[in-house]
Design a protein around this ligand. Sequence first.
Ligand code: FEO
Length: 172
Amino acid sequence: MLSKNIESVLNKQVRIEAESSQVYLSMACWAETHGLEGVAQFMYRQSDEERQHMLKLIKYVNERGGHAIITDLKPPKTSFGTFKEMFEELYQHELFVSNSINELVHIAFDEKDYATHNFLQWYVAEQIEEEAQAKTILDKINLIGDDKGGLYLFDRDIQQITVRSASAVGKN
Ligand code: FEO
């Protein structure tokens, strides 16, 4: 049985994951309307991943005697300047999510809720993957600089990047 406090902080994370999904969906739309088909596909997959993160939390809350709450969401930005700026935002967003997960782990430990603490380890592993992936992509973008041919190849290559994550190992 979840404490009211744990239920509430997990519900905040439900919202963060839902908003993350919307952020990446919006990035997918921006990329798709700017001729970056590969980037768009990558962002659509990323958005789906975030929805899975949200659902996993929802199921956990409901199974542990809590009630997962679905709320309205903060609207994401719809325009991103350059694709480099967009990936910088993705990276910053993942750092924000990691901080939020770390905070949750801390609260679960403080409350001696070891079941939730254990559940959250999946998210800790996931965030390591997501941060590393975002950083790798940013490094590639910095190598390309303003080279248009490089951007073309990048857009093609990013389609090969499967959104590798902890979920691929231990699905739900
Ligand atoms: Fe669910 Fe990308 O963090």
